[in-house]
Design a protein around this ligand. Structure first.
Ligand code: F6P
Length: 359
């Protein structure tokens, strides 16, 4: 290749909770954008925070910045899920400052790797400041609208399924109920996929209000059939039928749901129950092979969109193809498990209960 033309200057950031694959997307954008197309790529530290302090915290991303990035967990740019520029603590609305600082850095637009919260902020920046954005859908929760999958989800499911496999052998050795609590906020995708993959006996989802008596009935039926242990996967946002409308979805960690479910099932069945909370283990560590491929494709597609000047869109996976939708469309709500879809039906087909069987 001859002398490189500097065609675009683009900012990139990572917002919200981290997840496996963030660095793999950054790598794909830098490898194609910087190394092949001659872009200048400026990494903003800690979501938008890097633009809003007295001192701007940004980094010119080059080949040297992305060494080993394909497999590295976390985010090399840092992240935060509390730095909304529209209500930035005592300093109020700093959205204009985001745009101003990006303009001062010569950035034509932003490639934002984030979940629904980050994408809503980006859409608001588009509408109120004229910032140009390409979103790339990140989150272990898989709850972003418009994409079949977000990156990070598969890695979380793989880890959770392996954890359930390990719990199986100890549950069987001790004739115990093992309750596994997984993250996912208000969506049950991690619980549903990991529960099916791990051969769970019951899965409690935010989308299906549960009655633990139905789960206890299943466990006691197993016992009658000579299966003295059971595995119950609980999504952190699941709600008992009696709790519907009483929880606001916040402070999920404080609920200690897995513990409560284990105690209640022990009381209802007379079988010893233990809980394991997988929590942040699901967000840490290396991306799965599947996610590495997905991240590479999503990063590459983000570069395509910038090259075409097709701004204010979210890169999405639809029917295995990489495409994009307007950011405005993607930020209209969040995605939840389809209760009429084949995944829930398949789970029921292999005898998994969801706690709604007595209704
Ligand atoms: O959205 C990703 C996620 O890990 C959720 O599954 C979880 O509820 C939340 O973030 C935890 O956020 P925090 O890092 O603020 O505890």
């Amino acid at each position: 290749m001859g002398g490189k033309r500097q065609t675009h200057t683009i900012a990139i950031n990572t917002g919200g909770g981290d997840c496996p694959g963030l660095n793999a997307v950054i790598r794909a954008v830098v490898k194609r954008g910087e190394l092949q197309l001659g872009w200048k790529i400026i990494g903003i530290e800690d979501s938008f925070d890097g633009l809003l302090g007295d001192e701007i915290k940004v980094r010119h991303l080059t080949r040297a910045s992305i060494g080993g990035a394909l497999t590295k967990g976390g985010t090399l740019l840092g992240s935060t899920n509390s730095g909304n520029p529209f209500s930035y603590g005592d300093r109020g609305n700093l959205a204009g400052l985001v745009k101003q600082r990006l303009d001062e850095l010569g950035c034509e637009g932003l490639i934002a790797l984030g979940g629904d919260g980050s994408m809503k902020i980006c859409q608001q920046l588009v509408e109120e400041t004229g910032l140009k954005v390409i979103g790339v859908p990140k989150t272990i929760d898989n709850d972003l609208l418009g994409t079949d999958e977000t990156f990070g989800f598969n890695s979380a499911v793989e880890f959770a399924a392996q954890a359930i496999d390990r719990l199986h052998s100890t549950a069987e050795s001790h004739d115990r109920i093992m309750v596994v609590e997984v993250m996912g906020r208000d969506a049950g995708f991690i619980a549903l996929h990991a529960g099916i993959a791990g051969g769970a006996d019951a899965i409690l989802l935010p989308e299906i209000p549960f009655d633990l008596q139905a789960v206890a009935d299943k466990i006691l039926e197993r016992k009658r059939l000579g299966r003295f242990f059971s595995i119950v996967v609980v999504a952190e946002g699941a709600r008992a039928a009696t709790e519907v409308g009483t929880l606001d979805g916040k402070n999920l960690r404080d609920r200690r749901l897995g513990r409560g479910v284990a105690d209640a099932l022990q009381d209802l069945t007379g079988i010893t129950a233990r809980e394991t909370v997988l929590g942040y283990l699901l967000r840490g560590g290396i991306p799965s092979a599947y996610d590495r491929v997905l991240c590479t494709r999503m990063g590459n597609h983000a570069v395509d969109l910038v090259e075409r000047g097709d701004w204010n869109r979210l890169v999405v996976l639809r029917n295995r193809e990489m495409t994009s939708i307007p950011l405005a469309e993607a930020t209209r709500g969040t995605k939840q498990v389809d209760l009429n879809g084949d995944l829930v039906a398949s789970a029921r087909g292999v005898g998994i209960v969801f706690g709604d069987e007595n209704r």
